[in-house]
Design a protein around this ligand. Structure first.
Ligand SMILES: N[C@@H](CCC(=O)N[C@@H](CS)C(=O)NCC(=O)O)C(=O)O
Length: 109
């Protein structure tokens, strides 16, 4: 049985991002569905959100933190650029998408 557990729900884009990172990295994992608003979810995440990754005694929430953990804690192909400029561009694009593009898209929709 996989020793990496992803708590989440299959259609969630955040859960899918974590699972894609695991797939790309070659990390065997299992998805453990968790119900929104449940005591179980509140015991896993201080704000009751998904996804959460568990790996032995390590528990991580927030998709960005989880995907970085997956990349850095396991052997396999690098998921992030090796150079400072490449990582800066990656962070710049992710941050702009979260803080600006997705907020403006809500007004357009
Ligand atoms: N910033 C979080 C966002 C996670 C998130 O918003 N997940 C949604 C589902 S896709 C959720 O848990 N919603 C339930 C809620 O907000 O009560 C991350 O990057 O992981």
């Amino acid at each position: 049985m996989a020793d990496v557990i992803v708590h989440g729900v299959a259609p969630s884009t955040y859960t899918r991002t974590v699972r894609l990172a695991c797939e790309e990295k070659g990390v065997s994992h299992r998805l453990e569905p968790v119900e929104f608003g449940s005591d179980r979810l509140r015991s896993l995440h201080p704000f009751g959100k998904i996804p959460i990754l568990e790996h032995g005694k390590v528990r991580v929430f927030e998709t960005l933190a989880i995907t970085r953990y997956v990349d850095e804690a396991f052997k396999g192909p690098a998921l992030q650029p090796a150079d400072a400029r490449g990582r800066a561009v990656m962070d710049q694009n992710g941050s702009a998408r979260r803080s600006t593009i997705s907020i403006r898209a809500r007004f357009v929709a």
